[in-house]
Design a binder for this molecule. Structure first.
Ligand code: KIV
Ligand code: ZN
Length: 385
């Protein structure tokens, strides 16, 4: 199976989001955890944007050995120089240069003509080529760009020496079919892309970032850019754990592998959430508190008989100990018996009916029932130990 490289931009695109900034020490902690997660590439920051970012990229580049470390640069020589200064001592430095290619960005943000944009992109890639063995070029707002123009830009930057071509859905506007077709169109219209890896970078404004990312993998993309917990500007970037789990669980559909150490997913997610003060919604796919929790009686009964009835992956896949049976008013007798045993009690058959009735009364009154509540409950009901 072909490999899809995982490019993590938690420390660049993720860190850009309001309230999520990290100090140098915290960035290093996240980078080291990303290395344990075995991501292929860590985008550690935007060196030209501030002295702090420069220092963080430089420090991370010194420390991290297993993942490629990269930094962002506009199509400006001084940005590329800053990246080189920060990254020059690493084994395989990569620079990530970008410029917008959509009509609205070129006219209003850059105030450049399409010809000027191509020229800037080509000159920057050529300049970066003098220093860097790996050059990623991103056409910002690619999904809202004219496809013919986009293929000219991609063609020209490949000729100039780009080794990775990233086509972002910068504003989270694309749909899965549209996004995949953009990659197919570009691949069909570029003269020689045999040495290039295509990359996607999806934002989640319409909640389609994961679907768009996976659709592009089906269209031949072999690098996906993502952030832990989907942190990032506005509605965020595509969540690393969602893409990683989908590619793993649905290998039968995607026929690709990643080198992710999936067992580190939960730990990484909790670390990023804690350091960025960014709580994870309970029903968040893969890493939410309820992602492996069951309260409904029918589900609990099924999971106790065979976890695969209601779980498409084992919690151990992401480094969690076990499925959680949450006891509440929807729970059934089997879950109560199992929970009693988990907490060190033994419910005799003749105690079950009485205890279950008392439990339902408690559950009707309380919204959440903790393990401590249950221990007190079993003691109160004089259930044997
Ligand atoms: O969303 C985006 O287009 C970006 C680029 C800089 C790659 O973050
Ligand atoms: Zn982005």
């Amino acid at each position: 199976m072909e490999k899809v490289e995982i490019y993590d931009t938690t420390l660049r695109d993720g860190e850009q989001s309001p309230g999520c900034s990290l100090n140098d020490e915290e960035k290093m902690q996240v980078a080291e955890q990303l290395e344990r997660l075995h991501v292929d590439v860590i985008e550690a920051g935007f060196p030209a944007s501030s002295l702090d970012d420069f220092k963080a990229v430089q420090d991370i580049a010194h420390e991290i050995k297993e993942s490629t470390v990269t930094g962002l640069a506009r199509c400006v020589k001084s940005d590329i120089d800053a990246c080189w200064e920060a990254l020059k001592d690493t084994e395989s430095p990569r620079v990530h240069v970008f410029i917008a290619t959509s009509p609205i960005h070129m006219a209003y943000k850059l105030k450049k003509t399409p010809d000027q944009v191509i020229e800037m992109a080509v000159q920057s890639v050529k300049y970066a080529r003098k220093f860097f063995p790996q050059i990623e070029f991103s056409a910002e707002d690619a999904s809202r760009s004219d496809l013919d123009f986009l293929s000219q830009v991609v063609d020209a930057t490949i000729q100039a020496g780009a080794t990775v071509i990233n086509l972002p859905d910068t504003v989270g506007y694309s749909t899965p079919v549209e996004f995949a077709n953009m990659f197919r169109y570009i691949r069909n219209h570029v003269s020689d892309d045999s040495r290039v890896r295509y990359s996607c970078h999806c934002h989640n404004d319409l909640g389609m970032a994961t679907a768009n990312t996976l659709a592009s993998v089906e269209a031949g993309v072999r690098q996906v850019e993502c952030t832990v917990n989907g942190v990032g500007e506005r509605a965020g970037n595509v969540a690393l754990e969602e893409v990683g789990a989908a590619l793993h669980v649905r290998k039968d559909v995607f026929h690709v592998t990643t080198q992710l150490n999936m067992k580190e997913i939960k730990k990484t997610s909790s670390m990023v959430s804690r350091l960025m003060h960014s709580p994870i919604q309970a029903n968040k796919a893969i890493v939410g508190a309820n992602a492996f929790a069951h309260e409904a009686g029918i589900h609990q009964d099924g999971v106790l008989k065979n976890p695969k009835t209601y779980e498409i992956m084992s919690p151990s896949l992401i480094g969690l100990d076990k499925t959680e049976l949450v006891l509440g008013k929807h729970s059934g007798r089997h879950a109560l018996i199992a929970k009693a045993s988990e907490l060190g009690f033994h419910l005799e058959e003749n105690e079950v009916n009485h205890c279950f009735k008392a439990f339902k009364e408690m559950a009707d009154e309380k919204k959440t029932i903790s393990d401590t509540d249950l221990v007190n409950f079993f003691k109160h009901e004089q259930v044997s130990i």
